[in-house]
Design a protein around this ligand. Structure first.
Ligand code: ADP
Ligand code: ASP
Ligand code: MG
Length: 440
């Protein structure tokens, strides 16, 4: 069994859906197919929720009217028999009726999550209808029957494993299993989700639960590129990454992967392959346990970072000082991304600023605090083992014209990170590409 996940663009039109169906049907082993919503749909549903929070059902209904019309058009293109079209339109009608049922009453995050979940329910329903029309042996499974998060919002892996095994036993022997990415239930049994972009996470979690041979993430680009293609020109695909390298890149801004999606695959030892739906024969990127020596692989950048500096001549580096500082961040459930210490100061960076003012208030007990917003972490990934003489110098050399606020090196064997101002991001990424990856 292999897992194949297709993102929003890959199922973004009836034509794309048809090529996904063909691609999947060609597989010589059974496929567990995870689909995102058609591109743009989740954003529209989030907007619907926004209007309803603001008590403007008219605004919500305007969006829904357009979306519904668009979807009916998709059905006419996707399916050819009148019977199949009528069934699919009936399904969409009940979907939009369900979404509209939330436009009349009080609106909370529960209703919002139920609405946002329908993008994936619709795309998978349409794919199942198309598979039926082209007579492929496919069965549609509801992710809500086996995907669950716990009280902390973390995947409940024992539950997922048990429920998915049950579902698979009751549906044994098919060639294609279709399910929704992104959506799940929470510990109260309510509809919830794995955060935006979370379909990758679904793929990795079900891959681990099913002990799949491979987890394939199909998207609109031929694998992980060595720099952010949205910012830098002439980026190139990286053919192989170690799990750790991929996790660092995903966490530090390589949007091709959801930040959490590497961990379950790594834990289960299942390779992840990134592939391009538009160019299925291109090799893509394989992510596995192999650590290639002697190369710097890629660069990524994460925006909206805030730097917090504590200056103190009294308490720094006294036993227990860092613990007290970390406890403040922990009590506000705010992860620290980067840290640097010296005899007279500690600098940290965070990206979740929900509790910034409370954190700063409490830190003032320990010293003078300065806060810099609008920062960006640049992360360079590859074989950066400390015994490799000169590798970190290559990265720092590329940054020689950029004001650097903080550097983190040695935290792992595969990464060096720089904290800079966001306004310098493009220049920094371009310079790193020119220095590290330019063909000689
Ligand atoms: P999907 O909808 O299939 O999940 P995403 O939009 O989430 O697709 O991810 C694919 C996009 O990630 C690409 O179109 C590309 O613009 C962006 N991206 C950012 N950094 C990288 C990178 N280092 N390598 C490849 N793609 C990247
Ligand atoms: N449809 C969801 C989103 O747009 C999940 C995903 O595509 O991964 O965020
Ligand atoms: Mg994505």
């Amino acid at each position: 069994m292999k897992v194949m996940k297709f993102g929003g663009t890959s199922v973004g039109s009836p034509e794309r859906m048809k090529s996904v169906a063909e691609l999947v049907a060609k597989s010589d082993e059974p496929v567990f197919l995870v689909l995102s919503a058609m591109s743009g749909t989740t954003n529209s549903l989030v907007e619907v929720g926004d209007y309803l929070y603001k008590k403007n059902p008219e605004g919500a209904n305007d969006i829904l009217k357009n979306l519904e019309k668009k979807y009916y058009g998709h059905i006419d293109e996707l399916l050819s028999t009148e019977e199949a079209r009528a069934d699919a339109k009936e399904f969409l009608k009940s979907e939009f009726k369900y979404i509209r049922s939330f436009t009349k009453d009080i609106f909370t995050s529960f209703e919002e999550k139920s609405i946002v979940a329908q993008g994936e329910v619709m795309s998978t329903g349409m794919m199942a209808a198309y598979m039926k029309e082209i007579k492929k042996d496919a069965v549609l499974l509801s992710a809500l029957d086996f995907m669950r998060i716990d009280k902390n919002g973390e995947p409940d892996m024992p539950y997922i494993r048990e429920k998915l095994a049950e579902v698979m036993k009751n549906n044994a022997g098919h060639h294609i299993y279709i399910t929704q990415g992104f959506i799940c239930r929470n510990s109260y049994g309510e509809i919830d989700n794995l955060q935006r972009g979370g379909s990758d996470y679904t793929a990795s979690l079900v891959g681990a639960a099913l002990e799949a041979s491979e987890i394939q993430i199909w998207t609109d680009i031929d694998g992980m590129h060595n720099n952010d293609p949205r910012v830098v020109e002439h980026t190139e695909p990286v053919r192989q990454l170690n799990f750790e390298e991929a996790a660092e890149l995903a966490y530090f801004g390589a949007k091709i992967l959801h930040p959490t999606c590497i961990q379950p695959a790594k834990f289960a030892g299942i390779p992840v392959r990134l592939k391009n739906t538009m160019e299925p024969d291109a090799p893509g990127t394989i992510i596995d346990n192999v650590m290639m020596r002697g190369t710097i692989k890629a660069v990524a950048a994460k925006d909206n970072i805030t730097a917090i500096k504590i200056r103190s001549s009294r308490m720094l580096l006294a036993t227990g000082f860092l613990r007290k500082v970390f406890e403040i961040f922990e009590s506000y459930q705010t992860p620290i991304d980067m840290i640097a210490t010296s005899e007279v100061g500690v600098s940290m960076s965070i990206d979740d600023t929900t509790h910034l003012s409370e954190i700063v208030d409490e830190l003032k007990k320990f010293g003078t605090i300065t806060v810099d917003k609008g920062m960006c972490i640049i992360c360079v990934v590859g074989d950066l083992d400390w015994s490799n003489v000169g590798f970190e110098t290559l990265a720092t050399d590329a940054m020689k014209d950029i004001p650097v606020c903080m550097i983190s090196y040695g935290g792992s064997d595969c990464n060096i990170s720089f904290l800079i101002k966001s306004v310098d991001k493009k220049r920094a990424l371009q310079s790193l590409s020119d220095t590290l990856f330019k063909k000689k």
